[in-house]
Write a protein that binds this ligand. Structure first.
Ligand code: HEM
Length: 149
């Protein structure tokens, strides 16, 4: 069972971080050349908001809670356990909660209004890049957990 849950956790992590990498490296350079590119970004953004923000972040949290129990540091204890592993895991959780807040603001505030002003469009892009950097940092913390924290 723990192998299946960790596999689902890693697939969700791939969808979240891989999706953002795809948009920044592959989709964005192409879409920017299109007339009315903001509209295309918003259409793609709506779909990624469902599979990325809603599905993958929810799955990451639920499978992550299970992983924590398997590793013997349940959610109720992680912020009060004085081990290197628990500290790294709590840092991963802090970055995860910041990721969720930025994703919600990006998807439901900035992204939806990006066609209204250049400033909102740029803020939306910046929020997206910040979440990509956070996603890569969270993977680094996950690998540190694998090696003991
Ligand atoms: C953007 C969010 C997240 C990403 C990208 C992510 C990524 C990963 C990856 C790639 C692993 C496998 C590491 C390895 O075994 O080498 C992992 C393991 C793990 N994740 Fe996450 N994760 C995320 C969110 C969470 C959350 C929210 C929790 C807790 C609620 C969590 C708890 C764990 C635990 C306990 C492990 C096992 C670590 C170990 O090997 O001891 N993760 N995560």
């Amino acid at each position: 069972m723990k192998e299946v849950i960790m596999t689902i956790h890693i697939i969700a992590a791939s969808l979240w971080v891989g999706g953002m990498l795809f948009m920044v490296l592959v989709l964005s350079p192409y879409v920017r050349k299109l007339p009315d590119f903001v509209h295309h970004f918003q259409e793609v953004g709506k779909r990624y908001s469902f599979w990325g923000t809603f599905v993958s972040l929810t799955v990451l949290f639920l499978t992550g809670l299970y992983n924590m129990n398997v590793m013997g540091v349940p959610f109720t204890k992680v912020f009060s356990t004085n081990t290197v592993y628990a500290h790294t895991l709590s840092h991963k959780l802090y970055l995860f909660f910041i990721t969720v807040v930025i994703a919600v603001v990006h998807d439901y505030v900035l992204g939806l209004r990006a066609h209204k002003s250049e400033r909102l469009r740029i803020l939306s892009a910046v929020a997206g890049v910040i979440n990509l950097i956070l996603g890569i940092t969270i993977i680094y913390l996950a690998v540190r957990l694998r090696f003991g924290g």
